[in-house]
Design a binder for this molecule. Structure first.
Ligand code: 5AD
Ligand code: FES
Length: 350
């Protein structure tokens, strides 16, 4: 009985690989609704109806990597490359602050222009100008020394999706220059240095099996990250995976529910990719157990250039529009966007 497995997951916060596979192969609307109810209860024990917002600043789409799924891979000569200046980034933070954001996420490709020195000087300036805000970085694989320098300069959090926990699947998604070992080394280093660390994976990426997804759940259980970012794979028309099918809403939501029960207090975003495959995708993600949304703070002029996948939403809107749109969407389902750093909880409040 699948519901009994969900009950046990809620109680024990982990299942075996075979049991996760069983659940993932028996998804029905009824089972999903049962899972989401449990996930919402656990989410509300930790976070109530609060939804944390993160202001995402996509500050460079230049990247030296060539991931087969990604629209800003270096081999995509159709991509119009851009970099924001330090001043432009600070002005995004200023308008974000006025809109109530207390976390800024600097996300970019692995851009060699942003050397350790340029990154740390940027981090110090943001830290100095916004002392009450959290600063999250998402700029890929670096040496431990470089991560330490970012941390010492004042960055608090780091997002680096592992993409898939299965090594042979990882190699099917990336060229030989990238290794699953280095990816995992980065995540270990980030945690040891003291970052609030986020990993994550794409759902429905080419070649992925339900066994792989079960391995992802066991990987996150073992890593114990503070955040887990997941979203459906969405084909981008100028990549080698252009003809591959997209990940589904149904499986992505189910995984959000399983993640909430597996890591009860985790920070779990309802992602832009989820909002892209369904007009109410982000609301449905919150109702499946997610508690974070990450609207775009990038200047409108560059938004249409940070296209990791096709049909990305919010590429034309102003930051203020996304902020109020999300607030309305969350209120409509009984949740509330809050003005706060939204840190990982250290003690249970309820
Ligand atoms: N579809 C969905 N997600 C993607 N990402 C990159 N390319 C795609 C795509 N085609 C995700 C990766 C990466 C994050 C920034 O965006 O998981 O870590
Ligand atoms: Fe961007 Fe709705 S969140 S317009």
């Amino acid at each position: 009985m699948m519901k009994a497995l969900i009950d046990r997951l809620r109680k024990e916060t982990v299942l075996s690989k075979e049991e996760y596979v069983l659940l993932l192969s028996h998804i029905t609307p009824e089972l999903s609704e049962y899972l989401f109810q449990q996930a919402r209860t656990v989410r509300e024990q930790w976070y109530g109806k609060d939804v944390y917002i993160r202001g995402l600043i996509e500050f460079t789409n230049c990247c030296k990597n060539d991931c087969y799924y990604c629209g800003i891979r270096c081999s995509n000569h159709q991509a119009q490359r851009y970099r924001l200046s330090e001043e432009e980034i600070l002005s995004c933070c200023e308008s974000g602050y006025a809109l109530g954001f207390r976390t800024f996420v600097l996300q970019g490709g692995e851009d060699p222009f942003f050397t350790c020195q340029r990154m740390t000087s940027l981090i110090r300036r943001i830290r100095q100008q916004f002392p009450d805000c959290a600063l999250t970085l998402s700029v890929g694989e670096k040496s431990r020394e470089e991560y330490q320098a970012y941390f010492d300069a004042g960055a608090d959090r780091y997002l680096l999706r592992h993409e898939t926990a299965n090594d042979s699947h990882y190699r099917k998604l990336h060229p030989e220059t990238m290794s699953p070992e280095n990816r995992k080394r980065c995540l270990r280093d980030l945690k040891e240095i003291g970052f609030q660390t986020g990993c994550g994976f794409m759902v429905g990426s080419p070649g992925q099996t339900v066994e792989n997804l079960a391995e992802d759940l066991l990987f996150v259980k073992k890593l114990q990250p503070h955040m887990v970012g997941i979203g459906p794979f969405i084909a981008q028309h100028d990549t080698p995976f252009r003809d591959q099918p997209n990940g589904t809403l149904e499986i992505t939501l189910f995984l959000l529910g399983l993640l909430r029960l597996t890591l009860p207090s985790v920070l779990l975003p309802s992602t832009t990719a989820l909002g892209t495959i369904h007009s109410r995708g982000r609301e449905l993600g919150i109702l499946a157990g997610a508690n974070v949304v990450m609207p775009n703070l990038s200047p409108s002029s560059v938004r249409k250039k940070y296209l990791l996948y096709d049909n990305k939403i919010c590429t034309g809107d102003e930051a203020a529009e996304c902020r109020s749109c999300l607030e309305r969407r969350m209120e409509a389902i009984g949740y509330h966007v809050v003005v706060s750093r939204g840190d990982y909880p250290t003690i249970k409040t309820k």
